[in-house]
Design a binder for this molecule. Sequence first.
Ligand code: ASP
Length: 462
Amino acid sequence: MTTDSGYKGYRGDALETLRKFDAKIWSDVQVSTTQGTYTGIILPRSETADPHHIVLKLRSGYNIGIAAQAVRTITIAGRKEAHYKIPEKEFPFDPRKPRVKLFGTGGTIASRLDYRTGAVIPAFSPGELYGSVPELADICNLETEKLYGVFSENMGPEQWIGTARAIGQEIQKGVQGIVVGHGTDTMHHTAAILSFMVQHSPVPIVMVGSQRSSDRPSSDAALNLMHSVKTAAESDIAEVMICMFGPTSDAYGLLHRGTRVRKMHSSYRSTFRTIGDIPIGMVSRSAITPLRQDYARRREDRNVVVNTAFEEKVSIVYYYPNMRPDIIDALIDNGYRGIVIAGTGLGHVNKPLYPSLKRAHEKGIAVYMTVQTLWGYVQMYVYDTGRDMMELGVVPSANMLPEVAYMKLCWALGQKTDLEDVRKIMLTPIAGEITEREPSNGYLIFQGGIPEVEEFISKYRK
Ligand code: ASP
C-alpha cells in the first residue's frame, strides 16, 4: 500500500478524488456531494479503513465519512493542521493546598485524536492533563496515575479490584480526595462496585468522564475534570460519586450517588441522571452545593475498609415477552451462581420460565428480581404471579437498579456461599442502593432543566 505523505492513510478511489482536487489532509474545504455540501477539515485516514471514504471534521466537531463516489467538487479555503499533542507541564506544588489523587482508567476523557489512525485513542499523562486544564493547580496538588487505558466496555473484575485497592492505598497514605477518570459507558457499573468494595471512606471518591474528547470544541472534559477535582479537594461528601454535566448548558455539574446513577443518553453531555432519588449535590467552578443532607461526611481518620470479593459467575437477564426457559437453563448448566432479572413492571417474567427458575433455586443459584422501569420498587405481592415466583425462590430487590443489583450480587457471592447470608448482604443497604421511599419530586427536579422540554411544556401550560 502506497500513499502520498500529503494524503496520509488514503488509498483507492478516496485517494484519487482527493488528488483530483489537490485536497491534501488538514485542508479546510467545502465538499459538494450528491447528498449536500459539507464544510470542514480533511482528516488523516486510518490505514486499516476502507478506500472509499474521505473523513471530514465538521465545524461542530463531529467527524463524518463522505463516499468518494458522491463527491462533485472540493473547494479549498485554507489549511489547518491540528496539534492534538498537548504540551507537558509539571504540576506545581503548593503546601497550603489539599492533595488529590487522580487515577486514570481510560475512556474518552483520557483520549485524543490519533494521527496514525484518525480515530480517538486512550492516552493519559499527568503533564498533558495539566497542560490542557491549568486551572486544576488553583484547586489542589494533583498527583496522577494511569491504572489502565481502556474504553469502559473493557472494564472487568481485574480493573475493578485493582482500582478499589489503589484507592484504599492512596487514602491510607493521606490524600484528601480521589478522582477516577473513566469511560462513561459503564461508569455507573464501576461506581456501584466501588461503593461496595470501598466502604467507610474518610474522603470523597469522585468518578468522572467526558462524552466528547478534548480535541472537540464542545468537549465536556475540562469542565467535568475541574468540577470533580474541586469536589474531591473541597467537599465534605465522603462517598463514591459520579460528577458529570448537569443541564445541557455548562452551568453546573451534578454529584450523583454511586449506587443510584445511570448513563441515560448515548450522546448528550448531561447523560448521567440520579434514578429514584435526587442527586447529592451540585458543583460549579465557585461552589459545591449539597441538595440533601443525608450523606457520609469527610473525616480525618484513615479507617477505610476495602473488600474486593467478587464472583464472576453472575448474569443479568433482561426479560422480554416470549423469552424461552432455555436462557435460564443455559445459565444453570454453565455453573452460574447468581442471576439478576430485570423484569417487567413490578417485577414479572412469563410462566414458561417458572420451572427453570425453580430448578435454579434447587441448584442453589441466587435469583434476584429488579425492574426494567428503573424508577420504582419491585412489588411481588400485588399479583399472584409475583407470589408464585417468590415461592420459587426469586428474591425481590426493592429499588436497587439492575446493574447495581448485579454488582452487589457478584460482591456478595464472592464472600458467602450460604444463600441466607447472601440475601442478608443483598437486602441490607450499604451505600444508598436501596432507599425507603423515592421522593415524588426526585423524578423531575434537579436533573438539569432541559431548555427544549421547558419550551415545549410552556406552550401547553395555562
Ligand atoms: N466508549 C467510551 C467509554 O465508555 C465512551 C466515553 O468515555 O464516554 O470508554
